[in-house]
Design a protein around this ligand. Structure first.
Ligand SMILES: O=C(O)CCC(=O)C(=O)O
Ligand SMILES: [Fe+2]
Length: 305
C-alpha cells in the first residue's frame, strides 16, 4: 500500500464513518441529468468538516440536493445555510418568519384573510436574487406543509443548456450583458394575485436593477452557464429593444427545455438545496384550495463573472 493510501485510511479509533448516503436522481423525474438525494443527514448534531465537504462537493456535482426526512428547526436551517456563506434577507420582509429574518415563508396560506407568505414565489423561471449585485449562491427550501396534489418545483440545468447551444449563438452571446430587475414582472404578478403587497418606496429603493453577463462562469467549478431568466431579466444591454426581446425569448425557450429539467415532487420533511449559479427553477403551481408552506433560506454568492 502506498503511503498516501495508508494515510487516507481511518484509524481504528476514529469516529464511525458518516451514515450520509448520496444517490444521484435518475429517470422518471424529468429528462435532465441533475439532482441527488442525500439520506441520513442529522443536523441535530454539529456537522463534521468531512460531512460538510461531501455535501459541498455533491452540491457542485449535482446542482440540486434533496435532503430526505430532515427534521430540523428554522434555527437549524439557518445555521446549516450559514456554513455556505452569509445569508440574504428578502425585500418582502413582511413574509419573514417571526424571529428569523433570514427565513422567507413561501406559502399560499391565508390567515384572517392575510397571506402568511409569498404565495406565488417562482411563478416564472428564475435564479434567486439575480437582480442584486451579488446574486444568490444557493437556496434551501424546507417543506413544512405539502398539498396532496401539485406543488412541484422544477429545476433546469443551465450548464447543460449553455453546452447545448449552437456554436453561433455561443459566439453571439459570449460578451453580452443583461439587466436584471426585481420589478420586471412585479406588477404582472400583482394583477394575477391581488394579495401580493404593493412595494413601499423604501422597498423599491432596495432593489435597483443590476447588470450581469449573459453567460456566467461558475466561481467554484469554472463551468459556463446561461444566466438570463424570464422572471428578472429585462433587456440585453446595448441591443435595440426588438433584437434584445427576440434574443431573450430565444434563450428563455432554450434554457428550460425538458431535457435540462428535473421535476421535484415534494415528500414530507424534504429540504431541497439548489445552486443558483447552475440552475433556474420554477414553481409548477398548487391548486388554490390546498395548503402549501415551505421555509426558504438564501445564501449570498459572488459578483457574477
Ligand atoms: O415554491 C416553489 O416551489 C419555489 C419558489 C421559489 O422560487 C423559491 O422559493 O425560491
Ligand atoms: Fe426562487
Amino acid at each position: 500500500m502506498s503511503l498516501s493510501a495508508a494515510l487516507d485510511r481511518p484509524a481504528a479509533t476514529a469516529v464511525p464513518t458518516s451514515p450520509i448516503e448520496i444517490r444521484p436522481l435518475t429517470a422518471g423525474q424529468g429528462r435532465g441529468r441533475l439532482g441527488a438525494e442525500v439520506l441520513g443527514l442529522d443536523l441535530s448534531r454539529p456537522l463534521s468538516d468531512s460531512d460538510f465537504r461531501r455535501i459541498h462537493q455533491a452540491h457542485l456535482d449535482h446542482h440540486v440536493l434533496v435532503f430526505r426526512d430532515l427534521r430540523i428547526t428554522p434555527a437549524q436551517q439557518v445555521e446549516f445555510s450559514r456554513r455556505f456563506g452569509p445569508l440574504q434577507i428578502h425585500v418582502l420582509h413582511q413574509f419573514a418568519l417571526a424571529g428569523h429574518p433570514e427565513i422567507l415563508i413561501v406559502s399560499n396560506i391565508k390567515e384572517n384573510g392575510q397571506p402568511i407568505g409569498l404565495g406565488d414565489a417562482g411563478h416564472y423561471w428564475h435564479s434567486d436574487l439575480s437582480y442584486v449585485e451579488k446574486p444568490s449562491l444557493g437556496s434551501m427550501l424546507h417543506a413544512q406543509e405539502l398539498p396532496a396534489e401539485g406543488g412541484d418545483t422544477l429545476f433546469a440545468d443551465q450548464h447543460a443548456a449553455y453546452d447545448a447551444l449552437p456554436e453561433k449563438t455561443k459566439q453571439r452571446i459570449a460578451h453580452l450583458r443583461a439587466e436584471h430587475s426585481y420589478l420586471c414582472k412585479y406588477e404582472e404578478l400583482r394583477a394575477r394575485s391581488p394579495w401580493r403587497p404593493k412595494l413601499t418606496p423604501e422597498q423599491i429603493a432596495k432593489v435597483p436593477p443590476h447588470v450581469h453577463p449573459v453567460v456566467r462562469t461558475h466561481p467554484e467549478t469554472g463551468r459556463k452557464a446561461l444566466f438570463v431568466s424570464e422572471h428578472f431579466t429585462t433587456r440585453i444591454v446595448g441591443l435595440p429593444e426588438d433584437e434584445s426581446r427576440a434574443l431573450l425569448d430565444e434563450l428563455f425557450a432554450h434554457s428550460t427545455r425538458d431535457e435540462f429539467v428535473y421535476r421535484h415532487r415534494w415528500q414530507a420533511h424534504d429540504m431541497v438545496f439548489w445552486d443558483n449559479r447552475s440552475v433556474m427553477h420554477l414553481a409548477a403551481g398548487t391548486p388554490e384550495h390546498l395548503r402549501r408552506k415551505l421555509y426558504r433560506s438564501t445564501i449570498e454568492g459572488d459578483a457574477v463573472f
